[in-house]
Design a protein around this ligand. Structure first.
Ligand SMILES: Nc1ncnc2c1ncn2[C@@H]1O[C@H](COP(=O)(O)OP(=O)(O)OP(=O)(O)O)[C@@H](O)[C@H]1O
Ligand SMILES: [Mg+2]
Length: 423
């Protein structure tokens, strides 16, 4: 059975926190100290009262909170919390649903983790190199570094791309929406300390926005660099999102800088030459280019990118994560989820994708959507209610009905390790 995360119960932190059983049982007891605002903490092994107490000290609330977090990491469970979990399981067994019990437990854990996170310090990334997959990458320290998502999972495909980045290759990531293309680049940048600029081509991005333009400021005509020369001069990583929606004039400008160290000629600025900073890197993402062209009907307005253009990139196909990988991502992103819940949710996503591949469903099921649904589920405690804004309202009525039946099937029939012990 998976350990219930340690709680700071609503009525205060006092109580007993244990791990292991029998002779290997280890416990911490927290009680109010005689001194105001202070807590007494005692530590021992075996039965409380029978064995020897090897630590007996007094701490303040800040210190105690840090200890509660540490104990949680070490696998200690509050007795009150363990009792509540046992009650949940018994109730769910009576109702015939381990999923519901798992979810209620996870909701409580989510609340605690949210609170603990708010108190935690942001992680530092100031190291000389950092390992991405099996690749050691040098670390810079730019402004505009994306926010670190510690839960991001680098799958084996990361190695090749990381090497391409080190070698200053142009990298294009293609795949369905929400398969992790943009976040891959951002998370490598977050770990290596590089600033990232993004330009989205699905909209009204003009060549002027991209390259730059002249404008009048305080009676003077001044040049404003577009996102491409800014990234090149300052050494940022530029992600061009949805490149298959870009206008041809933008593709033409890009072609010049696709060679490593390719320079940009600003014709509009009297043929000024922009030489790329050594840290400058160029990435593109696309949903329907190259090997994904078969799905162009799903991404209305996407253009075919010609082969000569594609040949200037390393193009990687981003499939959705496997069921095991997605389970891991769910558990890392939302530590309150139990492994059984995460597995069930990943299985639901996998089934929806299989239905999409058979064309029974018209909508793809992204990792983004799955995480969003799970997050909402942890807030509402109700999988069906959470699915309304996270899933059903985004798809056709027929798709919603099919997805609902897939969810019901899994929520009712998936074997949870807790269910077998309760029945
Ligand atoms: N490997 C992963 N590890 C952790 N989270 C992931 C992973 N892949 C995807 N995600 C989650 O999915 C979300 C969506 O990913 P992202 O925005 O990178 O998708 P995308 O492929 O760029 O989609 P789009 O084509 O719609 O732009 C991320 O913010 C992240 O929460
Ligand atoms: Mg994206």
């Amino acid at each position: 059975m998976n350990a219930t995360p340690l709680a700071v119960p609503d009525d205060g932190p006092e109580g007993i926190y244990t791990r292991g059983s029998g002779a290997a049982r280890e416990w911490w007891r927290v009680s109010l100290s005689e001194r105001a605002q202070m807590f007494r903490i005692e530590h021992g092994h075996g039965e409380i009262g029978a064995g020897q107490v090897d630590i007996d000290t007094v701490v303040d609330l800040d210190n105690l909170e840090a200890k509660l977090l540490k104990w949680r990491r070490e696998g200690f469970v509050s007795e009150a919390e363990a009792e509540a979990a046992r009650e949940d399981e018994a109730r769910a067994a009576r109702a015939g649903s381990a999923f519901a019990a798992d979810l209620q437990r996870a909701v409580r854990a989510a609340r605690e983790i949210r609170e603990a996170r708010e108190a935690a310090q942001p992680a530092k990334t100031a190291r000389k190199t950092v390992r991405i997959g099996n690749v050691e990458m040098p670390v810079a320290s730019d402004a505009l570094v994306p926010r670190l998502n510690e839960a991001y999972l680098f799958t084996p495909r990361a190695d090749d791309i990381a090497l391409d980045i080190v070698e200053n290759r142009r990298v294009m990531l293609i795949g369905h929406t929400g398969s992790g293309k943009t976040s891959f680049v951002e998370q490598v940048a977050a770990r290596t300390g590089h600033g990232v600029l993004r330009a989205n081509m699905n909209g009204q991005t003009t060549v002027g926005d991209f390259v730059g333009f002249w404008t009048v400021k305080g009676g003077e005509t001044v040049w404003v660099d577009g996102v491409l020369p800014v990234a090149m001069r300052e050494g940022y990583w530029l992600i061009i999102d949805e490149l298959d929606f870009a206008e041809p004039s933008i593709l033409a400008v890009l072609t010049a800088v696709l060679e490593p160290n390719g320079k940009l000629l600003l014709k509009e600025r009297g043929n000024e030459i922009v030489t790329p900073h050594p840290s400058f890197r160029l990435f593109a993402t696309a949903n329907a280019a190259g090997a994904m062209s078969a799905f162009r009907h799903l991404y209305q307005g996407a253009n075919l990118l010609n082969e000569a253009f594609l040949d200037r990139w390393r193009v990687y196909l981003f499939d959705y994560l496997s069921k095991d990988e997605e389970t891991e991502v769910l558990l890392r992103t939302l530590p309150a989820l139990t492994p059984a819940l995460a597995r069930t949710l990943a299985a639901i996503a996998a089934d929806c994708r299989a239905a999409f591949a058979r064309e029974d469903l018209a909508s793809a099921f992204s990792t983004r959507r799955l995480i969003d649904w799970a997050e909402l589920m942890l807030r509402t405690g109700d999988a069906e209610r959470a699915a309304a804004p996270a899933i059903y309202a985004k798809v056709s009525a027929e798709d919603a009905a099919l997805i609902r039946s897939i969810i019901r099937h899994h929520a009712i029939f998936d074997a949870s390790p807790d269910a077998s012990s309760a029945s």
